[in-house]
Design a protein around this ligand. Structure first.
Ligand code: AMP
Length: 428
C-alpha cells in the first residue's frame, strides 16, 4: 500500500488547530458586523486572466506562484486557484453591478488561498486569509477606518504588540515622475544589481524597493523616497490618513520603502508586523488602496481599498507568545446505560437532548456501566445521564461528575435540568 501524505506545502488542520482558526474567523466576523463589512464568497478558482489583470503579470504571485488548473479539454478556459481574494471580489463587484448599490460597498471574506510558493515556516501553498474590501470610497477616512479594523483584529486575537507600517505611494499624477527618478538612480548602480532586480528594473521598478535580496539593502536605503515626490493631493490625503489614525490611537510607523508594485495601486499602503519582527519579511498582513483596479478588470473608474490578513501567521504568533490555545468545548453530558447492549435507549435520549440544542455524547460501546462512566470523566463532561430501569416510568439518573452527586430526573425535564445545572456550574 502506498502511504499518502498531504501535498507538500499544505497541512491538515487537526481539530485542536482548526478550533483556533475558527476562533479567528469568528473574531473577524464579529468585527465585520461592527465595522459594517458584509460577508461574501467567491469561487476558489477564477479565469486566469482575472488574476493576471487583477494582480499583474509581472508579480511573483502571478509569474511564479499561480496554481494553474490543468484544462480537461483543449477548448477549456484557463483557470487558476485564487492566490488572494481582492481580484475575485472586484470581479464580483463588477459582475453583480454593485456600483448601483449605496457606496462604498464593504465586503469581507475568509477562506483558503493558494500559492505555489517554496514551502517554509509561515509560508504554505494553502493558507487562510481574512480579507476586507471597501469599494467606492476615495478616502482618506475609510483608509484609517480599515487600518484600525485590522489592528483591532490582532488585539482581539491576543496579539497586542502589532504595529502598522504605513506609506503613500502616490498616484497616476505624481508617480511617473518619481519612477523616472527611481529608475535613473538604479540605472546609475546597474552593475551592483542582482540579475533578478536588473530585470525588474525594466518591468516593475517599484518592486526593487521591497526586494528580498540582502545585496539590495544599502542601495534601497539610499534610493530616492516617494514621500519627497508626492503631489499636493496625495500629500494631503496621506496627512489626513495619519491624522485619523492619530485620533483613533493606532500605533503606526512611516515606512518609506513600503510599496505595492502595481500601477493600479495608489496612495495608502500598509502592513502589520509584530514589533521587532519588521526585518523578518513576515508581515502578518497588509493592504492598500487600489483606485485603478475596478477599471482594469472592466468596470468603471472606482476607488477602493482592502486588506489581507494571513490567519496561519496569527496562529503561529499566538503559539510563540504562549497564549493558551483555544480548547474545544467538552460535551455537557455523556449518556450511559446500565444495560450495555441497549444502545437504542442511549441514542434516543441523546437525540432528544441534541434536538434541544445541547452538546452531548452517547456512549455506544457495549461496556459495563462503570467503564462507560470512566469515558465520561475522560471527556471532561460535567454530567452523566444514566439510563436504567427507571426509564420504564420516564425517569433517568442525572449524575454531577464533579460533585459526585446524583438524582432522579423526569425525562421530560432532563434538557431543562441540564441547561440549568450547566449555568450554575459555570457561575460556580
Ligand atoms: P500578500 O497578499 O502577499 O500581501 O499576503 C497577505 C498576507 O497573507 C501576508 O501578510 C501573510 O500573512 C499571508 N500570506 C501570504 N502568503 C502566504 C503563504 N504562502 N503562507 C502563509 N501565509 C501567507
Amino acid at each position: 500500500m502506498p502511504s499518502f501524505r498531504a501535498p507538500r506545502g499544505t497541512r491538515d488542520l487537526l481539530p485542536e488547530v482548526r478550533v483556533g482558526l475558527s476562533r479567528l474567523e469568528s473574531i473577524a466576523r464579529s468585527l465585520s458586523v461592527r465595522y459594517g463589512y458584509r460577508e461574501i464568497e467567491t469561487p476558489l478558482f477564477e479565469q486566469t486572466a482575472v488574476f493576471e489583470r487583477g494582480i499583474g503579470e509581472v508579480t511573483d504571485v502571478v509569474e511564479k506562484e499561480l496554481f494553474r488548473i490543468a484544462p480537461r479539454t483543449e477548448e477549456s478556459e484557463s483557470w487558476a486557484l485564487r492566490p488572494e481574494a481582492t481580484a475575485g471580489v472586484v470581479r464580483a463587484y463588477i459582475q453583480a453591478g454593485m456600483h448601483t448599490w449605496p457606496q462604498p460597498v464593504k465586503l469581507m471574506l475568509t477562506g483558503p488561498m493558494f500559492r505555489y510558493d517554496r514551502p517554509q515556516a509561515g509560508r504554505y501553498r494553502q493558507f487562510w486569509q481574512w480579507n476586507c474590501e471597501a469599494i467606492g470610497d476615495p478616502g482618506p477616512a475609510v483608509d484609517a477606518e480599515m487600518i484600525e479594523l485590522g489592528w483591532r483584529f490582532y488585539a482581539e486575537a491576543g496579539l497586542t504588540d502589532v504595529q502598522v507600517l504605513l506609506n503613500s505611494i502616490g498616484d497616476a499624477a505624481c508617480r511617473p515622475a518619481y519612477l523616472a527618478t527611481l529608475v535613473a538612480y538604479f540605472r546609475g548602480h546597474e552593475d551592483e544589481l542582482p540579475e533578478l532586480e536588473r530585470r525588474r528594473l525594466e518591468t516593475n521598478p517599484l518592486r526593487l524597493l521591497d526586494s528580498k535580496d540582502p545585496a539590495m539593502k544599502a542601495l534601497v536605503a539610499a534610493a530616492p523616497k516617494i514621500s519627497a515626490g508626492l503631489c499636493e493631493a496625495c500629500e494631503s490625503h496621506f496627512a489626513a490618513v495619519r491624522a485619523h489614525l492619530d485620533a483613533l490611537g493606532v500605533a503606526y510607523r512611516i515606512s518609506p520603502t513600503l510599496v505595492r508594485g502595481l500601477d493600479y495601486y495608489a496612495r495608502t499602503a500598509f502592513e502589520y508586523y509584530r514589533q521587532g519582527a519588521e526585518g523578518q519579511q513576515q508581515a502578518l498582513g497588509g493592504g492598500g488602496r487600489y483606485d485603478g483596479l475596478v477599471e482594469s478588470l472592466g468596470g468603471r473608474p472606482t476607488p477602493g481599498i482592502g486588506f489581507a490578513l494571513g490567519l496561519d501567521r496569527v496562529l503561529l504568533a499566538l503559539a510563540e507568545t504562549g497564549v493558551a490555545p483555544q480548547r474545544e468545548a467538552p460535551p455537557l453530558a455523556v449518556i450511559v446505560g446500565a444495560d450495555p447492549a441497549d444502545t437504542v435507549a442511549r441514542l434516543r435520549v441523546a437525540s432528544l437532548l441534541r434536538a434541544e440544542g445541547l452538546a452531548v455524547r452517547a456512549e455506544l460501546a457495549p461496556r459495563k456501566l462503570s467503564r462507560q462512566l470512566e469515558t465520561a470523566s475522560r471527556d471532561h463532561a460535567h454530567f452523566a445521564v444514566i439510563i436504567g430501569d427507571e426509564l420504564a416510568d420516564g425517569h433517568v439518573q442525572l449524575k454531577d461528575l464533579d460533585a459526585g452527586t446524583q438524582r432522579l430526573v423526569p425525562l421530560a425535564e432532563l434538557a431543562h435540568e441540564l441547561t440549568r445545572a450547566a449555568a450554575s456550574h459555570h457561575h460556580g
